[in-house]
Design a protein. Structure first.
Length: 401
């Protein structure tokens, strides 16, 4: 029996996606406007964030390539046979399954939609050298273009439906924060506390979104020296009285990431630590007021830099002051064009969603050693920034256990 290179396995019925069909139609229409502007016949999207944004399908690659191909008339996800009918059920449009029986069947499936010798848009920041060579070999494009910056710009502007989902995510993060606060006590491990927060968030997501797929919600709960980096993983370290803690809750709802981050202490906070903590809170409160439409990321960054420099604390800052939210994650894409850094000149507009999250890291051996971080999420509106994070910050609420 001859085994096919590709086939359509439309098994079951379409699932309820995170957004209405009209939302995906609008996104694809926006992408087709970009295609028309640049004279592109097709776009081959390969990143998790863009495939999910335009189709609703969040893939799990496990070493296999995936794609979403958009032409003037079609939107087709390309998925591996190991996933069977799930990609079709979770895709807004069509789906083609490629088989493992012959190497590079994924690219043959892509070419069956795009044709060869066309003007093709792709994501230069996602394709490896090997996959870029495959694209050129199988599609033989007459012209190529990096579509990643334009798609990122489209994703940075949130629709009302996206903002509603992100607000749910911020609420879920608050639930995780309260669960963590209840779990903190001397002798408990970082791991045990993080489990309490993660479980509470997953249950809350299931309550709010009973038809969703549940994946990738996580907690980074750090203590002591482990608080020095923002993305340090959880360990089995036991909490001690006087420890500085970093609460980091990250609910994921259908690929949409939100976050809650707070400084905490176990039982008591020493005077040196309290002074640094209050200074970082002051920078946080100062920065929150700056998130107004018409302000640029670089200008906001400069003002917070000056604020910390006046207090002789700028040398303890290690990264930017905030970033965009939407379809992103620690293991796939980000919207790097909307980050509060010196080298980003993007101007804030209504409909953008951005965090304010200053962090100061005091090295071990110095008074107040540890990492101090507060984090709120804001929707930029015509009337000013709307804070959608509600879990309290500061020593009055977060000296616990």
């Amino acid at each position: 029996m001859e085994r096919p290179e590709q086939y359509r396995f439309h098994n079951g019925t379409k699932a309820l996606l995170p957004f209405a069909p009209e939302e995906y139609d609008d996104r694809i229409a926006g992408l087709r406007d970009i295609m028309e502007l640049h004279g592109l016949d097709a776009v081959v999207l390969t990143s998790m964030h863009n495939v999910a944004y335009y189709s609703g399908f969040l893939y799990c690659s496990f070493g296999r390539p995936y794609a979403c191909v958009v032409t003037a008339t079609e939107c087709v996800t390309i998925s591996a046979g190991i996933d069977a009918g799930q990609p079709w059920r979770r895709s807004h449009g069509d789906n083609i399954t490629y088989t493992d029986w012959k190497r590079d069947n994924m690219w043959r499936a892509v070419a069956s939609v795009t044709g060869t010798g066309k003007a093709i848009g792709c994501e230069a920041d996602h394709l490896t050298l090997e996959r870029s060579e495959k694209l050129n070999a199988f599609l033989a494009p007459k012209r190529g273009m990096d579509i990643a910056p334009a798609t990122m710009a489209q994703r940075m502007m949130k629709s009302p439906a996206e903002i509603a989902l992100i607000k749910h995510g911020a609420n879920v993060a608050d639930v995780g924060g309260y669960a963590i606060r209840e779990a903190v006590r001397e002798g408990v491990t970082e791991l045990e506390v993080s489990i309490a927060g993660r479980d509470a968030m997953e249950r809350e997501i299931a309550k709010r979104f009973p038809d969703a797929e549940y994946r990738d919600t996580w907690v980074w709960f750090q203590s002591g020296i482990n608080t020095d980096g923002a993305h340090n993983p959880v360990t089995n370290r036991k909490l001690k009285r006087g420890d500085i803690l970093s609460l980091n809750c990250f609910p994921m709802i259908s690929g949409y990431y939100t976050a809650l981050e707070r400084t905490m202490f176990v039982g008591e906070v020493d005077p040196a630590s309290l002074q640094i903590w209050q200074a970082n809170i002051a920078a946080h409160e100062f920065g929150m007021k700056l998130l107004r439409a018409g302000s640029s990321c670089s200008a906001i960054t400069a003002e917070i830099n000056d604020f910390l420099a006046e207090r002789q604390l700028l040398q303890y800052r290690t990264f930017g002051y905030g970033h965009s939210f939407g379809v992103l994650s620690h293991f796939y894409g980000r919207e790097a064009g909307l980050e509060l850094r010196e080298d980003i000149d993007t101007v804030l507009e209504p409909g953008m969603v951005i965090s304010m999250e200053p962090m100061l890291t005091i090295p071990e051996g110095q008074p107040g050693a540890g990492g101090y971080r507060e984090h709120d999420i804001f929707v930029v509106t015509e009337d000013g920034p709307e804070d959608i994070t509600h879990y309290p910050y500061g020593p009055e609420f977060n000296v616990v256990g």
